[in-house]
Design a protein around this ligand. Structure first.
Ligand code: COA
Length: 286
């Protein structure tokens, strides 16, 4: 029995209620599983998602996470009944805990997750769903998926951290247009707004997402982790701080990398002349 088979048979699959996880050769497909409610996000979903993401971070079956939804929706945003109305009725401390559970997975965890994350937007994507979408590293949408900052239509502002999140990927004119009109837009428009990387026909969505995930799985995982974290943290710094931080981060990455990627890359390019960094990844150890 190989190590992979041993893990497969002995380790339970996390989630199973409102979050489903499927493993496929290094990819963990994490699916919001409330299709009858268009995958609207409840307090219970947040609690389960926190457990799932925590478990997958150290699960060897997961090299990349794809976040998506079961059925016809990515997510119709926060659940107006099982999040808003439910928490409005709670005491201050209980409400704080419910909000904390949601903030945890939707941005704190996803933003700085130890493994690469791809959002696969397979359908409806409204309001609060923009936060996990934006906090995933990359995103691919069905070109016909329907997006909307619909909050204004039902009497609230884009809260949680949506207003902050959209400003990291969209320009002010575009963000304010959709915040203030609540108009829908499709996957192709989402590309031009910077919300997703690509939009493809529905029948190609899973295949294209898998291809992208496989590309990421082919990279040195330590360097990939440090690269995305460095990008996200340095974005919040001024130039002087970013320059010092990134110089130190290069050294730290080298220090913690079991593959000794930089050393290998330099040797293979400069001494052995067996690869070109501009053309692909260096030959990694088996
Ligand atoms: N919160 C709670 N329940 C929701 C929901 C949400 N965000 N989105 C959908 N649902 C529920 C509906 O209440 C309905 O429940 P019911 O069958 O018990 O009545 C079920 O999901 C199906 O919704 P329905 O509106 O009938 O589906 P649809 O396919 O016709 O329309 C949407 C889909 C997404 C366009 C529509 O449901 C919608 O506008 N949802 C709200 C989107 C939104 O504004 N989200 C922002 C929240 S921050």
């Amino acid at each position: 029995m190989t190590t992979a088979e041993a893990i497969e048979t002995t380790k339970p699959i996390p989630g199973g209620r409102e979050v489903l996880v499927e493993f496929d050769d290094g990819i963990a497909w994490v699916q919001i599983n409330r299709p009858a409610k268009r995958n609207a996000m409840s307090v219970g979903l947040a609690q389960e998602m926190n457990e799932v993401l925590d478990a997958l971070e150290t699960d060897e079956r997961c090299g990349v996470i794809v976040l998506t939804g079961v059925g016809e929706a990515f997510s119709a945003g926060m659940d107006l009944k099982d999040f808003f109305r439910a928490t409005d009725g709670l005491g201050d401390i209980e409400r704080h805990r419910a909000y904390r559970a949601t903030r945890a997975w939707q941005w704190r965890t996803l933003m700085h997750y130890a493994k690469p994350t791809i959002a696969m937007v397979n359908g409806w994507c409204f309001g609060g769903a923009f936060t996990p979408l934006i906090c995933c590293d990359l995103a691919i949408a069905d070109e016909k998926a329907v997006f909307g900052l619909s909050e204004i239509n039902w009497g609230v502002i884009p809260g949680g951290v949506v207003s902050k999140a959209i400003g990291t990927v969209m320009g002010d004119r575009q963000a304010l247009y959709y915040v203030m009109t609540g108009e829908q837009f499709d996957g192709a428009k989402a590309v031009s707004l910077g919300l997703v990387n690509e939009a493809v026909p529905k029948e190609r969505l899973r295949q294209r997402t898998t291809e992208l995930a496989r590309t990421l799985l082919g990279k040195n995982p330590t360097v990939l982790r440090q690269a995305k974290l460095a990008y996200k943290y340095s974005r919040e710094m001024n130039w002087e701080q970013a320059s010092e931080y990134l110089t130190a981060k290069v050294d730290q990455t080298n220090f913690v990398d079991p593959e000794r990627g930089k050393e290998q890359g330099l040797k293979q390019f400069l001494d052995e002349k067996t690869f070109r960094p501009g053309m692909g990844t260096y030959t990694r150890p088996e």
